[in-house]
Design a binder for this molecule. Structure first.
Ligand code: GLU
Length: 593
């Protein structure tokens, strides 16, 4: 059906939805987003979606810990945010465990099939155009999300996978109300979704248009998949019927006879799925103004790039500067850090990432020394972190920063014992590879386009068994060994600058966490133009920064962050976006009056 712009019809729809909601528990609970901020005790959660936040807080209220709550919320997001995240994709979870004060991470990144080669995305001596690579079986990496959930619960949770998936199964069966964001995300994919019968059947109306805003979306196939995983554990996904259907979809996409694109087959095998692991990795760590900032290590570039920029910025007293001066330093620190990210970040199993050098104060000092009172001209060259890494200089390959941003989603949970989870998960582009696995209700990721697939030599080139470089930056900040802040965001490589901007807003510039999140964003990633939201471009600071040589381009929205702050005395502040991407949802177990 087409959208109905007429107000009287919209009112009828709302009445209809309310009637439906009265029948369906999941709908009656929370059909709209918000509020974006909550303060209280007993545990907290912040996600982009009310149903997911509610499920997390219910888990906490019933005695679950932050890891249980994070998995529960992520599973609901797999239903309500299917174009951003789900079991067809991957992600990175950073965990602070209060009982022994450790910070650890789970690397649930998708992995290239063993049969992949650097030139797998090439035809006739040229790399495929992005959309041809993306909408195909070729871009689909072996998913990591289910293994992440299983490992997180096994090692750090208190509940079973079956229990954690129960609220999501209910939402998938009973449905949720389609909002404008869901409609728009479908709309952006219609031209490809309608090529694939299984994708069209799930996400489009019979006439090929998106599900209307205000209607109820159900996904019984996904409920069945979750039930199977709940009963069998991770092998319910990585072996047997779901795995076979996923491999079939990737290797031999079923395409409509009326399709107007070519869908190339991919390389994934049952063996790739069986071999998948989500390793636990040491987090990255830098100290910043006496605090300890932990992030995601390679294959993400998040922890190293946020960390390098913070090390550069630590050399300035940002809190004593005008806001414009501080933002100039922020942009320049980010510019130089992105030059290094482009040259040195890749899967550490395939490339010797000079992580110690990149995160050293000595290297940061060499980068800071290049920053002047005016904007540098990008692209700036990468530095030499090997000097600070105890190693020899390797061949440096500068690479431009990608400017694409997918959607992805970030969630943050904390429990009454002080355990915290910062978890970013994704299927890469909005709508992933566009391939729904028939009968099982989820989209396959296109994470393998995060390789520098147009290069046969870059450290982040495609290869069998390799994990593509990510920008996801789930972050936890400790103060004297105790949690202070957890934050993260979607947004492709802008994730890094969003997290960085929120951190300096909160830690240096005197903003509260909700203010730090709501603040208009600007992102400099070693490109000639600094992208900024319209609200920033309208400010006096933007005018002053232009006088320093910064060139701004406008983009409607950057990121969709969530975070939690520990206010002291067991008080928690959960915060989500007030406006971006339709606004998010923050809750605590026991709200303050
Ligand atoms: N695939 C992206 C990454 O791992 C995240 C998706 C996005 O937000 O663009 O960096």
């Amino acid at each position: 059906m087409r959208r109905r712009p007429l107000r009287s019809l919209a009112v009828l729809l709302v009445v209809g939805v309310a009637a439906l909601a009265a029948q369906a528990g999941a709908l009656a609970d929370a059909p709209s987003q918000g509020p974006p901020t909550a303060i209280g005790t007993g545990g907290a959660a912040a996600t982009v979606d009310t149903l997911a936040t509610q499920a997390a807080v219910d888990t906490l209220r019933h005695g679950g810990n932050a890891v249980d709550a994070a998995v529960t919320a992520a599973a609901v997001l797999g239903v309500t945010e299917p174009f951003s995240a789900g079991i067809g994709g991957g992600g990175f979870m950073v965990i602070y465990r209060a009982s022994d004060r450790i910070v650890t991470t789970i690397d649930g990144r998708e992995t290239a099939p063993a049969a992949m080669h650097p030139d797998s995305f090439w035809e006739n001596g040229k790399p495929l155009p992005f959309n041809d690579a993306r909408y195909s079986g070729l871009s689909v990496g072996t998913p990591g999300t289910v293994e992440t959930w299983a490992d997180a619960l096994d090692h750090y949770g208190t509940t079973s996978l079956g229990h954690a998936l129960a609220p999501a199964i209910r939402v998938a069966r009973e449905g949720f109300v389609v909002d404008q964001t869901f409609f728009d995300q479908t709309q952006g994919n219609v031209d490809y979704f309608d090529d694939i019968p299984a994708t069209a059947a799930l996400f489009l109306d019979p006439d090929g248009t998106p599900r209307d805003v205000g209607t109820v979306f159900r996904n019984p196939d996904l409920a069945r998949t979750y039930s199977r995983i709940g009963q069998l554990g991770a092998k319910g996904f990585y072996r047997g019927a779901v795995a076979e259907a996923l491999v079939q979809t990737v290797r031999n996409p079923v395409v409509s006879p009326t399709a107007n694109h070519t869908w190339r087959p991919g390389l994934m095998t049952m063996r790739d799925l069986r071999a998948y692991t989500a390793p636990e990795r040491e987090p990255t760590h830098v100290s910043y103004r006496g605090l300890d900032v932990y992030g995601m290590a390679p294959p993400s570039s998040g922890g190293s790039t946020v960390g390098e920029a913070l090390n550069i910025l630590e050399g300035y007293e940002l809190s004593a500067m005008t806001r414009e001066e501080a933002l100039h330093r922020y942009l320049e620190a980010s510019r130089y850090s992105f030059a290094d990210r482009g040259a040195y970040l890749a899967d550490p199993g395939y490339f010797d990432v000079p992580l110690v050098g990149l995160l050293s104060d000595g290297f940061a000092a060499t980068r800071r020394a290049l920053i002047t009172g005016t904007a540098a001209t990008s692209p700036v060259a990468p530095g030499d972190p090997y000097r600070f890494d105890g190693g020899e200089g390797a061949t440096v390959q500068a690479s431009p920063s990608e400017t694409r941003a997918g959607t992805t989603t970030h969630l943050t949970t904390a429990d009454r014992w002080g355990t915290v989870v910062s978890y970013t998960l994704t299927i890469e582009s909005t709508g992933g590879a566009g391939l729904v696995v028939p009968g099982w209700g989820f989209l396959a990721n296109n994470e393998l386009t995060d390789f520098n697939f147009d290069s046969l030599t870059h450290p982040n080139r495609a290869d069998g068994g390799k994990r593509p470089r990510s920008s996801m930056s789930p972050t936890i900040v400790l103060d004297d060994g105790k949690p202070l802040l957890a934050v993260g965001s979607p947004g492709g490589s802008t994730i890094i600058t969003t997290v960085l901007q929120i951190l300096i807003n909160r830690l240096d510039l005197g903003l509260t966490l909700p203010e730090a999140i709501a603040d208009p964003r600007l992102t400099q990633r070693n490109t000639a133009t600094t992208l900024a939201e319209p609200a920033f471009i309208a400010t006096a600071e933007a005018t002053a920064l232009k006088a320093r040589g910064h060139v701004f381009g406008s983009t409607s929205e950057i990121g969709a962050a969530t975070g939690i702050e520990f206010l002291g005395g067991h008080r928690l502040l959960a915060a989500a976006e007030p406006v971006r991407r339709g606004g998010g949802s923050a809750m605590v177990v026991s709200p303050e009056p």
